[in-house]
Design a protein around this ligand. Structure first.
Ligand code: PXG
Length: 446
């Protein structure tokens, strides 16, 4: 095991181009962690850092869980790799069956990827292939939502709605349109759980259908709870309406559950939480609790049947020309199976559901703090939105993140919003500590 005094801290940070990070500032003021256990990281200078973000919405079983560590070690020593095209290994089939059991309705098939971004591109491609397979090949348009985050592949940024993630990268996919986002501070500020107002925003889909005609639209993709933008729970009735409208017009509905999957809302997934069966579901993060990179797309039976079972090509012909070298990697499968076992054994989804009201209470106790203009929460997802500094958007929240790290707390920021998503193993005392440290950070913030 790595002891802290064995950690060497590099004296040259230049060569690593760090993703989604202000490299110039970070390399002058690095925040490096050396080890982790349970709810805690240890910084390279030995300071304990409480993890209020489950890494990046992903370390749901806490860090370095013994069952998961052992499963990864065993698998690495047994079968390091198996080609996923034309060959296979038993664990991927076991994992797919377990996942099918976790999802409602006939979301019975799993296609494996290595990240959320790959899951999104895979789901969009399956949607297009399905429409073509059922003789609806004119349905090529994809509809996303403003402020949505669907990873960083060209498909994902095309249907995504974060301006900075799109504007640098050319024309993106053509034939994409967007629904309006659902944040409405005037009507819904400081809502607890799902906001009351805004279900009618789903009717904008009817308007897009009138504009483009249903016969040109393949799929709509949304995060059931917008995560990365800073936790926008869906208005009451909104997702139900999206499901109704898409079904009526033969449009597939894709739920991007990269964040909401695996207990974040106190249920196995957002489908179960909201009681809605979409046509495809994208997964990653909590699938392996981030121990080994892995993603997946859950697919409804009629989609699999149309593309695979009813393929007009001879049986020895590939049905879907798509996949990755590391799809269903044996070590990722072993990690995922151990993580699913941990969710079940430790009743972590139920635990998250029980903790959610306490988290809500503590989070909303920050309402009177300086600069706070909104607080939102659902399950174990929470956001504190700050008023931006005039002319310097994002800087205030960034300073809060740096200060929190100095004071032993890891939080995430997006724009001027602080986002919290503690591991599902958090205790009441952990939540209290998180909000206490954050409260002090807000008090110090200028
Ligand atoms: N879809 C959703 C809904 C996500 O939240 C992805 C796709 C992409 O997953 P990968 O594994 O390709 O990164 C995500 C990822 C943040 C933050 O700060 C959130 C994500 C990634 C990075 C930062 O909120 N979510």
């Amino acid at each position: 095991m790595l002891e802290l005094d064995q950690v060497t801290v590099p004296n040259d940070l230049e060569a690593h181009w760090i993703p989604f990070t202000p490299n110039r500032h970070f390399k002058k003021h690095p925040r490096l962690v050396a080890r982790a256990e349970g709810m805690w990281y240890t910084a390279t200078d030995g300071r304990p850092i409480l993890d209020a973000t489950a890494g990046m919405w992903c370390c749901n079983v806490g860090h370095r869980h013994p069952r998961v560590v052992a499963a990864i070690q065993r698998q690495a020593a047994e079968l390091d790799y198996a080609p996923p095209f034309q060959f296979g290994h038993p664990k991927s089939f076991e994992l797919a069956s377990r996942l099918a059991d976790l999802f409602p309705g006939d979301l019975d098939y799993a296609f494996f990827t290595n990240s959320g971004s790959e899951s999104v591109d895979t789901a969009l491609k399956i949607a297009l292939a399905y429409q073509r397979a059922i003789g609806q090949g004119t349905r090529t348009r994809l509809i996303g939502r403003e402020r949505g985050y669907h990873g960083v592949g060209f498909g994902g940024i095309s249907v995504g709605g974060m301006v900075n993630n799109r504007k640098w990268f050319g024309t993106l996919l053509t034939g994409v349109d967007h629904l309006p986002h659902t944040l409405d501070l005037e009507r819904n500020a400081f809502s607890r759980g799902q906001p009351k107002h805004g279900a009618e925003l789903a009717d904008e889909l009817e308007r897009l259908i009138q504009l483009h005609d249903a016969s040109t639209i393949a799929a709509v993709i949304v995060e059931p709870v917008a995560g990365s933008i800073g936790v926008y729970p869906p208005p009451v009735g909104y997702l139900e309406r999206l499901r109704e409208i898409t079904a009526k017009h033969g449009i597939l509905l894709i739920f991007d559950e990269v964040i909401t999957g695996f207990g974040r809302l106190g249920k196995a997934n957002a489908c179960e939480y909201f009681g809605i069966v979409p046509d495809l579901v994208t997964l990653a993060k909590g699938l392996t609790a981030a121990t080994v990179p892995m993603g997946a797309v859950m697919v409804r039976k009629p989609i699999y049947e149309a593309i695979v079972e009813r393929s007009p090509a001879p049986e020895k012909t590939i049905e879907l020309f798509h996949g990755y070298t590391y799809s269903a990697h044996p070590i990722a499968c072993a990690a995922a199976l151990a993580v699913l076992e941990t969710y079940k054994e430790e009743r972590l989804f139920e635990r998250a559901a029980a903790l959610a009201p306490i988290f809500e209470e503590r989070l909303h106790s920050l309402a009177g703090k300086p600069h706070v203009i909104d607080i939102r929460n659902i399950g174990l997802m929470g956001a504190v939105e700050l008023a931006p500094r005039p002319g310097r958007p994002t800087e205030r929240a960034y300073d809060a993140m740096c200060d929190a790290f100095e004071h032993g707390l890891m939080i995430r920021v997006t724009g001027d919003t602080i986002a919290l998503s503690p591991p599902l193993i958090a205790t009441e005392a952990d939540i209290a500590r998180i909000t206490d440290i954050l409260g002090a950070v807000l008090d110090r913030l200028d």
